[in-house]
Every structure is written in structure tokens, then in C-alpha cells.
Design a protein around this ligand. Sequence first.
Ligand SMILES: O=c1ccn([C@H]2C[C@H](O)[C@@H](COP(=O)(O)OP(=O)(O)OP(=O)(O)O)O2)c(=O)[nH]1
Length: 133
Amino acid sequence: MPPRYAHSDDAGADLFAAESAVLQPGERALIGTGVAIALPEGYAAFVVPRSGLAAKHGITVVNSPGTVDAGYRGEIKVTLLNTDRHEPFRVEAGDRIAQLIITPVSRAVFVPVEELPSSVRGEAGFGSTGVRG
Ligand SMILES: O=c1ccn([C@H]2C[C@H](O)[C@@H](COP(=O)(O)OP(=O)(O)OP(=O)(O)O)O2)c(=O)[nH]1
């Protein structure tokens, strides 16, 4: 049974608050979701904010994207932050507070080399493609 609000093209699986909390302006809170998962090896899940909560109430995820490792079996928790400067934000148990993106990942390790292969960008960094960025 899909979650009751989901659209068929949603990339993220909804995460719901398992507890209530009030976040004062500038305050953060670790909110449990009551969800534990077992990802296949080679996958990771990322806890990301909901755009609507961010735009309407300034609610974001402090460590976005929060990384859920394949071997993690504990409850997924969401570190919500109220960035609004004036309004408190009330979270009720059952509210959709974030979403979970599940994706294959490469496992990377740094290997020292003398030289890197060339590329069009080379070493040109932030904002190097135009004044108006
Ligand atoms: O938003 C998040 C981020 C992480 N986790 C869980 C799953 C993850 O596998 C574990 C550890 O997260 P992370 O590796 O980002 O934390 P760390 O601070 O590096 O701690 P650790 O030493 O436990 O890896 O915490 C969550 O429940 N929510």
C-alpha cells in the first residue's frame, strides 16, 4: 500500500515524524521516524528536506543530505532546523517531515598520483564560466 500522499513519480520515500516537537526560531531537533531499513550492499539512502516545508516555513535538514549507510539498522532520524527568524514550527506525530532518496553508490578511496588526466575544465573553479555565474 503506497503512502497516502505519494505521487507516482516521487523520487523520495516520505519520512513521517514518529513524535511531536516544537522548534523555536533557529532551533533544531532530532526527530525519530519509526523507520528502520536494510539497504542492499552498494546502496545508500539520503535524508533530504521537503521543498514545501522549506519554502513555506523555513524548515530544513541540518546535515542535508543525511547519509544512511547500507549497514545501518537503527531508526532513521531527521535533524530538522527551523531557519525562520520569527515563527516557531510545530511538528506533530504523523507529519511528513523529510524524504529519503535511495540510490546506488560507488565506494571511493583516494589514491595519490603524480598527475591527473586532462579535461576541458582543467583547474578552473567556482564561477569560472562567467561573471553572472
Ligand atoms: O540524517 C541522518 C543521517 C544519518 N543517520 C543514521 C544512518 C547512518 O548510517 C548513521 C551514521 O550517520 P553518519 O555516518 O552520517 O554519521 P557520523 O557522524 O559520521 O557517525 P558514525 O561514526 O556513526 O558513522 O546515522 C540518520 O538516521 N539520519
